[in-house]
Design a protein around this ligand. Structure first.
Ligand code: FES
Ligand code: FES
Length: 178
């Protein structure tokens, strides 16, 4: 059987340069998990529907199961393992802890990476926008109210839903899909 063709690939992952040769069909998620043992990014659906595999590429969030690693040549990747500064959690990580924003935790790395991008870009300005921006991240445990609360806290946004008179009402868990 002929040897599989490999392509040169350079990535900076969590502040560290990686150079390798890789088959063209390896997804970024499989590279991270299976070859580099960065297993924080999760494989939920493996076809772009759950957000468990979300990482940041040059600061923008992406479903890592939906891109081939060779397509990201030369880019800077940040995974959940790269967010904390030593023992100090990233503010979004800390907000998830403070707001009890997880149950089993399987979706959590993706949720956190997904929140970091739009917060940094200043795209999340209201609780409703947070819900919309986070809508690609599924939580099978249904921790959505706490997740929204945590992201709002990290973004410095008042949590709640505005009525027609612009009055903000707290969201009662279980009554509003987040
Ligand atoms: Fe990538 Fe579900 S594993 S979106
Ligand atoms: Fe279990 Fe979200 S905390 S899937």
């Amino acid at each position: 059987m002929p040897a599989l063709e490999r392509y040169p690939l350079t990535l900076r992952i969590n502040g560290r340069d990686h150079q390798m040769e890789l088959e063209a069909w390896v997804t970024l998620l499989d590279l991270l998990r299976e070859r580099l043992h960065l297993t924080g990014s999760k494989k939920g659906c493996d076809h772009g529907q759950c957000g468990a595999c979300t990482v940041l590429v040059d600061g923008r969030r992406i479903n890592s199961c939906m891109t081939l690693a060779v397509m990201q040549n030369g880019r800077e990747i940040t995974t959940i393992e790269g967010l904390a500064e030593g023992d100090t959690l990233h503010p979004v990580q800390q907000a998830f802890v403070d707001n009890d924003a997880f149950q089993c935790g399987y979706c959590t790395p993706g949720q956190i990476c997904s929140a970091v991008g739009p917060i940094k870009e200043g795209n999340a300005k209201t609780a409703a926008e947070v819900r919309e921006l986070m809508s690609g991240n599924v939580c099978r445990c249904g921790a959505y109210p706490q997740i929204r609360k945590a992201v709002c806290a990290a973004a410095g946004i008042e949590d709640g839903i505005k009525d027609d008179n612009n009055a903000v009402h707290p969201v009662v868990p279980g009554t509003v899909p987040a």
